[in-house]
Design a protein around this ligand. Structure first.
Ligand SMILES: *Cc1c(COP(=O)(O)O)cnc(C)c1O
Length: 253
């Protein structure tokens, strides 16, 4: 926490937003169906830091640990000062934590639905939490495009079936798009990131199979090291942490 207080968050946000706009302007029309949204990945950063970013104009925040989302989402200072905050859950979600996540005030989007079981569980639980009868939970389906064991998400070949399940059987969920984390440290000078290309291909296949318009299906891909590249390839939702908040202590440091 000590180190983050020396970071100028407003300046970091401004630079990231400028880079997002510049990258968006470089897109071909085929990749430009959405204005890219910046999600500030605030994991490990404290409530005052989140408030500082909010006061600098940031609205979408992403958390990937349930306990941290709960602590920040229910925090009285955040409830008082960040009335229009929009929380994204971007971590691994276990079915037994679904009630906790759905109960977070200002939850906006769960980006990491990886199985039919989890989708059904969210669908069944939502009526206990919704404020109006017709409100739905925004969800994305997470795909493990890199095939790494330690990454979560469904297999690319299972994705269409999972999206179909959400669309047909989960009336309380609103399907927004597809999300991937991908392999870390890819060298962009080697050409388009294969994880991003794979996520786009998944969208194409899913849209063909399920007769959906690709212009309505978002892609969440890109982090600090590659968000501009991701936007050029059609990302509509970038999750950026360290480029805004600076150094992030790892567990145990
Ligand atoms: C932490 C995190 C990010 C942001 O990572 P940075 O490299 O700090 O930008 C993006 N997505 C997920 C799922 C994360 O957990």
């Amino acid at each position: 926490m000590l180190k983050t207080t020396m970071v100028d968050i407003a300046a970091g946000l401004k630079i990231v937003r400028e880079k997002i706009s510049a990258a968006a302007a470089r897109r071909t029309s085929e990749c430009a169906s959405f204005e890219p949204r910046l999600v500030a990945a605030s994991k490990t950063h404290s409530v005052p830091i989140v408030i500082e970013a909010y006061e600098a104009g940031q609205r979408h925040f992403g958390e990937n640990y349930v306990a941290e989302l709960l602590e920040k989402g229910h925090h009285p200072d955040i409830l008082e000062k960040c009335k229009d905050i929009r929380w994204h859950f971007i971590g691994h979600l276990q079915s037994n934590k679904v009630n906790k996540v759905l109960g977070v005030p200002n939850l906006y989007l769960i980006e990491t639905v990886h199985s039919k079981k989890l989708a059904t569980c969210l669908d069944n639980a939502w009526p206990k939490f919704r404020k109006t009868d017709d409100s739905r939970v925004n969800v994305m389906v997470q795909i493990n495009t890199s095939g790494e064991d330690e990454k979560n998400g469904c297999e690319p070949k299972e994705a269409s079936d999972l999206v179909k399940h959400v669309l047909e059987n989960c009336k309380n969920l609103k399907f927004d798009g597809l999300m991937t984390i991908g392999m870390y440290g890819y060298d962009v000078s080697k050409g388009p990131n294969p994880d991003f290309v794979s996520l786009k291909n998944c969208r194409e296949n899913i849209c063909k199979e399920l007769n959906l318009d690709p212009k309505t299906v978002e892609l969440s891909m890109g982090m600090s090291s590659d968000f501009e590249h991701a936007i050029e390839l059609g990302s509509s939702n970038v999750r950026v942490g360290s480029s805004i908040f600076g150094y992030r202590p790892r567990k145990g440091e």
